[in-house]
Design a protein around this ligand. Structure first.
Ligand SMILES: Cc1cc2nc3c(=O)[nH]c(=O)nc-3n(C[C@H](O)[C@H](O)[C@H](O)COP(=O)(O)O)c2cc1C
Length: 150
């Protein structure tokens, strides 16, 4: 099965899971980037504001067309119990997503709400979803949860 992994990561936590899944699946991987500066304390505050407003933002050019794949695995950090804006934007721009699984990374709460947000925005229910705590990624104990998507 041809798989594409798509993720956004502000501070390289979600990225670690994406790279892990890539190594397991030999999948293509798309890092969604943005010229919007979400770095540092000011960027964090902007992330809060944009996520509350569900703002569609500018994202960088994409390398892959999800329509060319049998399934797409999307990884997003939790931002105010919603999809991070770069992933929200990616989903809005690719309205033919079919077989999607999700991994959602957060500090503590809002995971179910992110899953609901995904379904609302994309119009499809994820095939599989896994919730991963930032601490589990920092401690390298996330692998079983990531393996649930394999
Ligand atoms: C704007 C913003 C909002 C956030 N909101 C939440 C939240 O509602 N719940 C939560 O558990 N973590 C929240 N977090 C924490 C991130 O989800 C967490 O630190 C995650 O590991 C970051 O992943 P990344 O390094 O891949 O960007 C938020 C972080 C940011 C920047």
């Amino acid at each position: 099965m041809k798989t594409l992994i798509v993720y956004y990561s502000r501070s390289n936590t979600t990225k670690k899971v994406a790279e892990y899944l890539k190594s397991k699946l030999g999948a293509d991987i798309e890092e969604v980037t943005t010229p919007v500066n979400y770095g540092g304390a000011i960027g964090y505050a902007k992330g809060i504001k944009d996520s509350v407003q569900e703002k569609v933002i500018e994202i960088g050019n994409l390398k892959y067309d999800p329509g060319d794949y049998d399934r797409v695995i999307i990884g997003t950090p939790v931002w105010t119990s919603k999809l991070a804006n770069p992933i929200l934007t990616y989903i809005k721009k690719n309205n033919s997503l079919k077989n999607v699984s999700l991994f959602i990374v957060g500090k503590s709460n809002g995971f179910e709400k992110v899953e609901e947000h995904f379904t609302k925005v994309s119009g499809v229910k994820p095939q599989k979803t896994t919730y991963i705590l930032e601490k589990e990624i920092n401690d390298n104990t996330f692998e079983n949860k990531a393996d649930a998507l394999l």
